[in-house]
Design a protein around this ligand. Structure first.
Ligand code: PSU
Ligand code: MN
Length: 307
């Protein structure tokens, strides 16, 4: 059955039809996660890294109401230049932008949805959303977690920033039945730092192992995604004693200014960038490159297992 709202880029469509590996990339990281023009440059570098690792990149966004799997250079430039003026869209927003012919930058959740519709199983990004600190009062839990429970896409991430409540985020993923696999690590990474003191479900040493786990999951009919937790390269990690006080400050400012809902994560990300004087941006770019490469390596082996 064809999906009348979906537009798959011809190169991506050909790769999928021929059983070649494809890796999805998100557009919220471009529009809301980084400043212009580094965001556009990064988007192109991420696509290049996926190609070098042997897969076809599909950057995902909604343009004029079309759910796009695979953007051309002009479209990426438009999202990057638009920055925060581009609507940030999650699952609940998809019918609004598709129905009314609007543009939207896709989060982890909505990128997974569109990837899933196109038949793409692997997605590399920076950080995922999770359970926010104070969620017991605010109930602010990212829709990314529910999506991981339901949609058959594995997400390679450097963990989650400790702007979130990491222990509760992992509890929530356990409840939803989402495997959390560490790549060369027994600890869930905390984005800027390689460790968090919190355990992953399994430490995988190779992309092959991860591909076998996913092949088994989907092969036995267990729907839903997985979190592939890939620590930031050592050379770009920021020591915890430096980053933790800044995170505390950003979270406190958000509370004082009563920032909530979908504005909260972009606010915290922007504050972190300012408070680290741009250092967090470089870390962010390097860990994203590291993640999309791993996503491509896993996708390559998974296609071999499947064929
Ligand atoms: N965390 C990061 N970088 C990001 C995001 C989260 O470290 O770019 C973005 C992703 O697009 C993620 C979204 O899906 O924020 C989560 O937003 P929310 O918390 O509103 O669900
Ligand atoms: Mn939220």
């Amino acid at each position: 059955m064809t999906n009348p709202f979906l537009s798959v880029h011809p190169e991506v469509e050909a790769a999928l039809a021929e059983g070649r590996p494809v890796v999805a990339l998100e557009s919220t990281i471009i529009a809301h996660g980084m400043p212009y023009p580094q965001n556009v440059e990064t988007a192109f570098r991420l696509e290049g890294a996926v190609r070098e690792a042997g897969a076809v990149p599909a950057t995902i966004a909604v343009i004029g109401g079309r759910l796009k799997a695979g953007l051309d250079a002009a479209e990426i430039e438009k999202f990057g230049a638009g920055g925060k003026t581009v609507r940030k869209i999650s699952r609940r927003d998809l019918p609004i932008v598709a129905g009314l012919g609007l543009d939207g930058a896709t989060t982890v959740a909505s990128t997974m949805i569109i990837a899933g519709m196109a038949g793409i199983r692997f997605f590399g990004t920076g950080g995922i959303g999770g359970v926010h600190r104070g969620a017991a009062q605010t109930m602010d839990i990212s829709a990314d977690l529910q999506e991981l429970a339901h949609t058959d896409v594995a997400v390679v991430t450097a963990g989650a920033k400790s702007i979130l409540d990491l222990p509760l985020t992992l509890e929530y993923l356990e409840t939803l039945g989402v495997p959390v696999i560490g790549y060369g690590t027994t600890e869930f990474p905390a984005f800027y730092t390689r460790d968090s003191g919190l355990p992953v479900d399994y430490r995988a040493e190779t992309p092959e192992e991860i591909a076998r786990i996913l092949h088994a999951k989907w092969g036995m009919g267990l729907s839903g995604g997985a979190v592939i937790a890939n620590p930031i390269p050592e050379s770009h990690a920021i020591p915890r004693r430096e980053i933790d006080p800044l995170i505390e400050q950003a979270v406190m400012e958000a509370e004082q200014q009563n920032i909530r809902g979908k504005a909260l994560t972009p606010f915290l990300l922007a504050r972190m960038e300012t408070l680290t004087q741009g250092r967090s941006l470089i870390s962010n770019i390097e860990l994203a490159l590291n993640n999309v490469r791993l996503a491509a390596w896993i996708a390559v082996v998974w296609e071999e297992l499947r064929n």
